[in-house]
Design a binder for this molecule. Sequence first.
Ligand code: AMP
Length: 326
Amino acid sequence: MSYEIKKQILDKIKEYSKIIIFRHKRPDGDATGSTKGLQRILRLTYPEKEILLQNSDFAEYMAFLGGEDAPVTDDYYADALGIVIDTGTTERISNQKFSLCKEIIKIDHHINIAPYGNPMWVEEERSSSCEMIADFYATFKDELKIDSEAATYIYCGMVTDSGRFRFRDVSGETMRLAGMLLDIGIDTDKMYANLYMKEFDIYKFEAYAYGQMQITENGVAYLHVTKEMQEKFCLSQEDASASVSLMDSIKNSLIWLAFIDNDDGSIRVRLRSRFVTINCIGEKYRGGGHACAAGATVYSVEEMNQLISDADARLKEYKENNEGWL
Ligand code: AMP
């Protein structure tokens, strides 16, 4: 089944001389790595084709992987094939001009709540979209070309989206594909230095944030990164958003939430969990995502408290009905 879809995608790619690759807004390592990785593979394989990345925003912490292509005019899209990677819904696509493309392909590992694209290749059990791009390459490796640059993009997305190969959707196949990429040649020392090293000021913010985080009766940890905090520590949106991981290993806390004030008055919510599924809570508050990693938006502190209370009830129910969760 999946082979058939992959073959259809390869055939479509062969049909077009112009291909534009898209990803989701607020790109992460997977969105960046999968799009840049596929672009590099296709450029190496088909030097005669024009293969561009056209996305409106950029992840500072992924800057070491390089940037985007210069924007093209609207008429460029009309005879191009659009490939959208790592993006569950069309609203989340970072460049809404994707709809000007002649045809659209979806490649994704998020829950397929809003199907689009033809062919559409979605495998929800994959640990990352980068894993799918690695699999795409492996399936057609007699035809496609790869190098260490492409392998690095893809490996970087696999590493970041799987929590350094820790999450439960990491399978034997994930590791076999990662092994294949390592064999191509990746400077992992350099990659991890780029992923881990941070400014001294960020350590100061983290020390403060540890003092601010709270926990509900049933073990939902949460932190509100207010505008005041963001200004005090000169945080970018990315710096502020990264704070969710500060709460990821508190005993008895199986759900943790970061609330980050946006410039427009809304509050971005990042939901994370162990064992217990929380995408249902994200969906209730204008978001969604994976079973244990989801996003949402709330518009007031009251709504934030409502979400915390929903998460607390969810965790209470989980703890009452399940054993052996530590
Ligand atoms: P984040 O906390 O933004 O990293 O999001 C965690 C996961 O939830 C990612 O896989 C996102 O793709 C997904 N997600 C975040 N926000 C939304 C949203 N508004 N709608 C659907 N999925 C989302």
